[in-house]
Write a protein that binds this ligand. Structure first.
Ligand code: GH3
Ligand code: MG
Ligand code: MG
Length: 481
């Protein structure tokens, strides 16, 4: 219900109804004690309530918005209309007050809810875009972790430099990390670098070409290794080098990963995309350089290990490694019930070679015999230098007949060899003793001892021979006894 107030033209209150009390929350009694309407209604412009204005009113004024005092002190907004009436020729004013606060409150409530909804939507949109960003980051992390894990697997499984590098490149290609890889390695030829160029190919893992470059053409490369990522179109020297010398005409962005550690400096691997606009990300550069560093560390430890098990002069395995392998191969043969053969070879009258041609000539003969032995072995045979001019070979899963055939082949090859020492040619022979598990020997010591006795027999019965140990030799001496 609207509030109704009757006032004199000077604003003095004559009457007000209960609705006004409800609107203002001022008890009716108190309201009726108020003298003038200006104590209840507060216009921005006081002239609205002035006697002049109200006295001149001849008809109802339009509704206008105005603040109204309340018991709580807050001001509500109402709409007010002044209507002149004449009572016994005296002009009175009827004031109609419409409560718009409810409507306004509803509107405000609605606006607030709308604002809240907008905020929720805004937050949701933020969360969504954050989620999609996180998703992209997660995809990248999964990519990096999978690639690094696969590469670590390669590094732990493969035990030679070439296989490690090629397997890693295959992996990089399969992850579409690049479609070109250039492996730059110091060559055996002095002052030369070998560039192994790998191109991703549709049917095979890669196509490979080799280009040898003299090191005085390499100044661009060194700079490159330091920088990590280069757009080679803007490196005039490098651009020409890649186009003309390496025949890579459409390569643009190249990441370089040095193959070096604090102790070794092998070269570098460069990767990129040929015939593609793909620009590597900064993360790609650091990821690749980490991979290259891991490859370098692995190669370094492989090289150290290889050196620790190799006889430097003959490049066969050394005695320490041979003894440990003999133990493990012996155990394996026992476990899998397989034959294991073993042979010792000793160069005949080697002292005479030294005495006649000199010690360096003797060395050349030993190296050549070692070469022959290595070339005659299968992948899983273990040839080693036992000491001085004595060699041994472990022949896993080999019965005695095959071991003897192998020994004879070796003996014949050495016999046939013409050793070239400067301008002189000389001939040499070897004698061999063979023992086999399980026919002979309960232990590795037995195998060595019996092969040695057989060797002694070969020497005693004329040299340039191979003899298989038999029980009849049990009483005979060993070569070194
Ligand atoms: P046999 O037929 O009985 O085996 O006669 P041999 O002269 O080979 O036997 P011996 O064991 O008396 O001589 C081995 C010689 O091998 C003695 C040693 O100086 C030589 N020798 C050992 N190691 C090396 C080496 O690394 N280089 C060279 N040049 N000679 C070596
Ligand atoms: Mg000898
Ligand atoms: Mg000897």
């Amino acid at each position: 219900m609207d509030s109704t107030v009757i006032i004199e033209t000077n604003g003095d209150l004559i009457y007000c109804n209960e609705a006004l009390s409800a609107l203002t929350q001022i008890p009716l009694r108190q309201l009726r004690k108020k003298k003038n309407i200006s104590e209840i209604l507060q216009f921005d412009s006081p002239s609205v309530l002035s006697e002049e204005h109200l006295g001149q009113l001849t008809e109802a004024s339009p509704y206008t918005e105005v603040s109204i005092a309340s018991n709580t002190g807050s001001l509500a907004t109402v709409q007010v209309c002044f209507q002149p009436v004449w009572v016994n020729d005296a002009k009175k004013i009827l004031v109609f007050i419409k409560d718009v606060t409810l409507e306004q409150r509803l509107q405000e409530k609605y606006k607030k809810e709308l604002r809240q909804k907008e905020e929720v939507i805004e937050k949701l949109e933020g969360t969504l875009s954050n989620l999609s960003k996180k998703n992209t980051e997660l995809d990248r992390k999964i990519f990096e972790i999978s690639l690094v894990l696969d590469i670590f697997k390669i590094l732990s499984e493969f035990i030679d430099e070439d296989s490690i590098i090629e397997e890693v490149i295959k992996k990089l290609f399969s992850f579409n990390f690049c479609n070109i890889a250039i492996v730059m390695l110091r060559d055996e030829t002095p002052n030369t670098f070998a560039f192994h160029i790998y191109k991703k190919a549709p049917t095979v893992a890669f196509e490979k070409t080799l280009v040898r470059i003299a090191s005085d053409e390499m100044q661009y490369q060194e700079e490159f290794v330091k920088n990590g990522l280069l757009d080679i179109r803007f490196q005039p020297g490098l651009d020409e080098f890649y186009k003309k010398r390496l025949n890579l005409k459409q390569l643009r962005h190249v990441i370089s990963g040095p193959l070096q550690t604090k102790k070794i400096e092998r070269g570098a691997i460069h990767v990129g995309f040929e015939s593609s606009e793909t620009v590597p990300l900064p993360e790609d550069v650091s990821l690749f350089r980490t991979i290259a560093y891991q490859i370098s560390i692995t190669i370094e430890s492989i090289k150290f290990f290889e050196r620790s098990i190799t006889d430097e002069m003959t490049m066969l395995f050394n005695k320490r490694y041979f003894l440990s392998r003999l133990e493990s191969e012996f155990d394996k043969s026992k476990r899998f019930n397989q034959p294991l053969s073993f042979l010792i070879a000793d160069v005949d009258h080697f002292k005479t070679v030294n005495d006649t041609y000199g010690h360096p000539a003797g060395d050349i003969v030993l190296k050549k015999i070692a070469e022959i032995m290595k070339a005659s072995c299968r992948k899983y045979d273990i040839p080693a230098r036992y000491g001085g001019e004595e060699f041994v070979v472990i022949l896993p899963n080999t019965p005695v007949e095959n071991a003897q055939k192998f020994a004879e082949r070796l003996r014949e090859k050495v016999e046939a060899e013409v050793f070239q020492i400067n301008d002189k040619k000389l001939k040499s022979t070897i004698s061999l003793g063979i023992s086999t598990y399980p026919q002979q020997g309960e232990s590795t010591e037995d195998l060595i001892n019996f092969a040695d006795k057989a060797l002694y027999e070969a020497k005693n019965s004329g040299r340039n021979k191979s003899i298989v140990y038999s029980a009849s030799l049990s009483k005979s001496k060993t070569k070194r006894s």
